[in-house]
Design a binder for this molecule. Structure first.
Ligand code: PEP
Ligand code: MN
Length: 263
């Protein structure tokens, strides 16, 4: 169902009054985790001013260690809803399991399925039963084919509103957090009609290098980006080392717009 052979034209995903996968590049930006009202509202205002059209923020966080910050959970969802109301930005947050799916679906415009859950087939089936747009992130060691088959699980249940997201894969390289596989962008664009987003933050995992990968992703043909932005990255409760501050994000957005306009 997700193959270009079945449907030649690009599919568009409608979220509120936005069209993802159309002519315009859309940028989702915000903190790795929602931490406080002040943090999420100030970030929402800053990323909106810089040109982002959607806000991200984790509430249920799948952390590598059980002793790390696990997110504000329900309180985080409520704060996202406040930020949405305050700024008009649409929001996306990760749905970590089927148990919290209903709560997350009520408070978000796009359900984010994280890399660690890309092959959680029960979760894929459950989000496939909803009619909410889904941002499906590539698994840490998943092939392009496996990503497409994970999307197929969702679409096969009747939810056609799927956006794919390249977010870096695990390789032998350890200077960076992951290896952002920009090869995946033109490959996916050829293989599927679904919109393709890129997450340069998790993809490289090095704050100063994120803007270069934002530019590169757009040049490679991505339909959009999801970028981590925090008011004070060194103090972030998760992923501060790869989060841009407001002025870094604003500058990078100007560069991204110039590249998009030249294409
Ligand atoms: C995130 O977006 O903060 C996240 C946990 O991403 P991923 O699932 O790609 O690791
Ligand atoms: Mn993160």
């Amino acid at each position: 169902l997700v193959s270009r052979e079945v449907k030649a034209e690009d599919s568009q995903v409608r979220v509120g009054d936005l069209t993802l996968g159309g002519a315009a590049i859309h940028v989702i930006a915000g903190p790795c985790s929602v931490e406080s009202r002040e943090q999420i509202i100030s970030t929402a205002q800053a990323v909106k001013k810089a040109g982002a059209t959607m806000l991200r923020g984790g509430a249920f966080k799948p952390r590598t260690s059980p002793y790390e910050f696990q997110g504000l959970k329900g309180d985080g969802l409520a704060l996202l809803a406040e930020a949405r109301k305050e700024t008009g930005l649409l929001v996306t947050t990760e749905v970590k399991d089927t148990a919290t799916l209903d709560a997350v679906a009520q408070h978000t415009d796009i359900l984010q399925v994280g890399a660690r859950n890309m092959q959680n087939f029960s979760l894929l089936e459950a989000v496939g039963e909803t009619r909410k747009p889904v941002l499906l992130k590539r698994g840490i060691s998943a092939t392009i084919k496996e990503l497409l088959m994970a999307a197929e699980y969702i679409v096969a249940r009747g939810n056609t509103q799927v956006i794919l997201c390249e977010r870096g894969i695990r390789t032998f390289e350890n200077m960076t957090r992951n290896t952002l596989d920009l090869n995946a962008v033109p490959m996916l664009k050829a293989l599927t009609h679904l919109p393709v987003f890129v997450d340069p933050s998790h993809g490289i995992g090095v704050r100063k290098a994120v803007p270069a990968m934002m530019r590169a992703a757009v040049a490679a043909g991505a339909d959009g980006l999801i970028v981590e932005v925090h008011p004070d990255p060194p103090r972030a409760k998760s992923d501060g080392f790869q989060s841009l501050d407001f002025s870094e994000f604003e500058k990078a957005m100007g560069e991204v717009r110039a590249i998009a306009a030249a294409m």
